[in-house]
Design a protein around this ligand. Sequence first.
Ligand code: ZEM
Length: 311
Amino acid sequence: CVCRSMAQPQVHDTPSKSQLEQVAQAVRDLLHQPEYDDGSAGPVLVRLAWHSAGTYCSATNTGGSNGAGMRYEKEGGDEANAGLQHARAFLEPIKKRFPFITYADLWTLAAVVAVKEMGGPSIKWRGGRTDFTDDNKVPPRGRLPDGSKGADHLRHIFYRMGFNDQEIVALSGAHNLGRCHSDRSGFEGKWVNNPTRFSNTYYKMLLVNDWKKKKLDNGKEQFVYVDEDLAEENEDGEASEEPEELMMLPTDIALIQDLSFRPWVELYAEHKDIFFDHFSKVFAKLLELGIRRDKNGNIVNEENQHDGYKS
Ligand code: ZEM
């Protein structure tokens, strides 16, 4: 690319609308994965976008979804990113087929498409991200949240990105999707019964269920609840099926224990439309963290913008 050799800020054109629609359709086509997890690649794609963007630090203007640094061991090997190689592998054939899209755009666009396909809100997305060509500008490890901690930790991590309490709770609603894997995070199980349908069920579960602390064999502590209704359903139908235990991370439980977080959980549990609206806005904000655009919407990568990845 010529612009890389220029001393001035780099400006990349975003792919055209019809090119992006082709990519979006290819993402829709790969979501159905009968052999994988709960049958959908959607949840892990959403987590990929979140972890690519969630490294952002507003004080140093470093990290964020631009660059797709997770391709490099320095970021991809962070234990917080364990399992996301599956998400990247799902998308690799699309990258091969549509080389005009950067990894950084593909990872973020795929999440937006997945949320919508799983029944969630439309999310504004803008392209033009570029990919790092080496790992110099890759942010340091350790910037993503640790599920075994509490409200102070959540604030420490998310305030660093520039989010407030309401936004922390709205973003956490993504835990309506997918599951924890013992071989990835060490936690186990899903938050809701239908983890491939985007909804506000996560907040309802937080409020109505009686969550009990459980220590896993690996020493990790999470909160669990066994859905009795589901147990009966299973007895009527497939008798062999055990009722599935639902789970919450300590950070999820912090949302109902903390007096400033809790009212947002209550609001979103009651009003799915408000949750969808707030989630749409906050997820769009997440994907734009650290990205500066010119008046045409093209991303401006200043040569020195990412200097000083020290912390
Ligand atoms: Zn998650 N998340 N997350 N998250 N997350 C997991 C899974 C998923 C935290 C966390 O420790 C974990 C956000 C916020 C936070 C998703 C989306 C978003 C897992 C399980 C853990 C441990 C990983 C595994 O074992 O595979 C913590 C502490 C968070 C702080 C609030 C935000 C924000 C998200 C998006 C907006 C998704 C979709 C999953 C399910 C992934 C999958 O593979 O099914």
